[in-house]
Design a protein around this ligand. Sequence first.
Ligand code: NAI
Ligand code: MG
Length: 360
Amino acid sequence: MTKKIMILPGDGIGPEIVAQARRVLDAVNEHDKLQLEFVDELIGGASIDAHGEPLTDAAVASARECDAILLGAVGGPKWDTIDRAIRPERGLLKIRSSLELYANLRPALLYPQLVEASSLKPEVVSGLDILIVRELTGGIYFGEPRGIRTLENGEREGYNTYKYSESEIERIGRTAFEMARKRNKKVCSVDKANVLEATILWREVMDRLAPEYPDVELSHMYVDNAAMQLVRAPKQFDVLVTGNMFGDILSDAAAMLTGSIGMLPSASLDKQGRGMYEPCHGSAPDIAGQGIANPLATILSASMMLRYSLGFTQSADAIEAAVGKVLDQGLRTADIYTPGSTKVGTREMGDAVLAALYQN
Ligand code: NAI
Ligand code: MG
């Protein structure tokens, strides 16, 4: 059975880093006889330039026929001044909502070789391995009504709506429990139930699901405390599950605990486990075209794709082991460089991962 993968390089460093991930996928495809097929499409500024919109309906239709999507990143100064409705990021929102990619998985894993890159003390972060499960298609980022209105006294007021239905909470809750089952069997649900009614319901639904996962320990934490605990003692967490806005903020904070945004993959899954995989970082226009971007976040995203959407666990393990090996060899792109290590560019890093694959 062939598996179809859509490749969306996007803008800025996107095409450079996706090219390296693609080489790695080609290698495992051949070695492990995975029968992967690739479909190339445009997204973001690249699509605006070609089609006048950040993602065409035809591209979405084609994505629906694929088993998984690998994305680089979108956006850049070239498109910053165009109409909001057709900005590059709209392409991302369109694909997430069209495919109902509601579960955003953001691992924060600190490679032992990169402990020094973290802003925290080695004893606080070494061995860090947490997974933030962020609800991605609901909550205050999508809630209606929203807008800026003029009040009777002539003053303007901005407003948004924070809401989650029971079914929305339940499906993201189940994702979290199931992920914890494959990990260290702890889920911490993050809310603001002392202040926000919407999150009182969130907490209630999580408690209701818990008995179905007796092997997983559920705890609750207010988001302000969670922010504090993430920088105080992050290793207490295994899986953190939370709504769209809290998840946006906490996952970026957790990402920084690992020192480099160039190392962090992410996944956004639908109900069937089909997903879009992408590095956590953006299109890095400041270094685009220089061949110095770190491709590892994208290569690790490809590995997550093999693991979570395609079921090719061994190939995913092989890629992750290869990344570990190149770090052991002391190879570093500029973003993770420390004195004494060997500075390499995007393509050389890709070469090194390829060389380390399936080599004992
Ligand atoms: P960014 O993540 O692109 O860059 C932040 C900093 O990290 C920059 O100094 C950049 O050079 C560095 N960096 C990022 N990825 C790197 C990599 N792989 N290797 C080495 N260094 C790396 O965030 P920024 O600057 O806020 O946004 C730039 C553009 O990207 C904007 O147009 C923004 O809208 C877009 N963006 C797109 C995202 C996506 O496609 N999912 C997510 C975040 C931002
Ligand atoms: Mg963010």
